[in-house]
Design a protein around this ligand. Structure first.
Ligand code: GDP
Length: 364
């Protein structure tokens, strides 16, 4: 195909990959002034679509951000804190102000201690080398905390542009759509534009007279579960409504399977409680550790599904993370679950190779 550019954003038009910049259905190419699907949705529905880029392009874009002035909004998925962090973020941001937005608060039980959550979020950001001027808790989906966020953003931006960044699946598009609703009123809404020096298009949303909000594409981190299941199966693992934690009292040498994507072996310690926070659609199974391998082989695509897997990851391509839990902690399996474990347990967590598993003091 001869290269034609989208008149909205300038991205090269292509008909092959739906989630990449410049996608247009083949029929659209015959139009006189072709625009990509993303610009089309923006123009006609005021709605942004997810565009994913690979990590190389993502880093190029972020590096270009370094040169600009503005406010950075770093979106973090409360359910996958670790997977929300962008490597080398701080170097890229330079001395720009950062507002951390902790999204998807609706997933956690209403009774949680929010003060502790914000305190822990700040600690974890600071451990990752990120200093935020403010940490705001929201639910983009439920429109909770968005008004307050808009006010704060106008204040911190002080007339400068705002860039919303985040890894994929943290809720960036959902948040941007909320910001559009909350800021545009009946003004001419959006144009898209090319970010200087990169092939990436960004979306301008007028916040006030001077400032625009730019939506940057997301990047799928190799360490996120989203990398391992098909997009169709993401619905099983990304929780969408309030998580009902499931508690188990385990003896050592017992194993919990979290669907066919992770298993936690309770290696040693006194009888202990394990509370699993995960999408309710996933099956959780308890077995004896000595039977766990055989159980997985036999049931990975039946009792332990969904999702349905092409590869039996936990027997064919896996990694094991071991933890000696010294204080009550959450073991976080990026994008899939976190498991609250009481002090004194020694555990081993098995996941598909490449997925990150971390242990941290409880987050609420
Ligand atoms: P992006 O890849 O960062 O742009 O993320 P999306 O906006 O596409 O959202 C990823 C997934 O998280 C989708 O299934 C959204 O419905 C869901 N999501 C986004 N925001 C929220 C939220 O505030 N709460 C909940 N429960 N889910 C959300």
């Amino acid at each position: 195909m001869e290269s034609i550019k989208c008149i909205g954003c300038g991205a090269e038009l292509q008909t092959e990959e739906k989630n990449k910049p410049g996608f247009i259905p083949a029929s659209g190419l015959d139009k006189e002034e072709p625009i990509c699907k993303r610009c089309y949705r923006l123009k006609h529905y005021n709605e942004v679509m997810d565009i994913d880029v690979d990590s190389g392009e993502f880093m190029t874009m972020l590096n270009a951000l370094y040169e600009t002035e503005g406010l950075i909004v770093k979106v973090i998925d409360v359910f996958d804190f670790h997977g929300s962090l962008i490597p080398a973020f701080n170097r890229i941001v330079g001395d720009k102000k950062v507002v951390a937005v902790i999204n998807k608060i609706d997933l956690l039980p209403k009774s949680i201690n929010r003060g502790r959550l914000v305190h822990r979020a700040k600690q974890m950001l600071s451990e990752a080398g990120i200093t935020a001027v403010d940490t705001v808790v929201v639910s983009a989906m439920k429109n909770e905390g968005i008004d307050k966020l808009v006010d704060k953003l106008s204040g911190y931006a002080d007339g400068k542009d705002i860039y919303v960044v985040g890894t994929t699946n943290v809720g960036k598009s959902t948040l941007i759509n909320r910001l559009i609703e909350n800021t545009s009123g009946d003004r001419e809404v959006i144009t898209t534009s090319r970010f200087p020096g990169t092939t990436l298009d960004l979306i301008d949303i007028p916040l006030d007279e001077n400032a625009f909000i730019y939506d940057t594409p997301g990047v799928v981190m190799d360490s996120q579960m989203a990398h391992y299941v098909g997009t169709g199966d993401l619905k099983y693992i990304t929780p969408v409504k309030e998580i009902k934690p499931k508690g188990f009292q385990l003896d050592p040498q017992q194993t919990l399977f979290i669907s066919n994507l992770a298993r936690l072996d309770f290696v040693d310690g006194d009888r202990n409680s394990f509370i699993v926070y995960t999408n309710h659609a996933l099956n959780i199974h308890r077995t004896k550790t000595e039977n766990a391998d055989a159980f997985y082989e036999k049931h990975f695509n039946t009792l332990l599904a969904p999702p349905e897997l092409d590869t039996a990851y936990l027997s064919e391509s896996y990694e094991i993370f071991e933890f000696d839990i010294e204080e009550d902690s959450d073991i976080s399996i990026s994008g899939l679950a976190f498991i609250r474990v009481g002090a004194g347990a020694k555990v081993a967590v098995r996941v598909p190779k490449g997925i990150d598993v971390t242990s941290r003091p409880t987050i609420f």
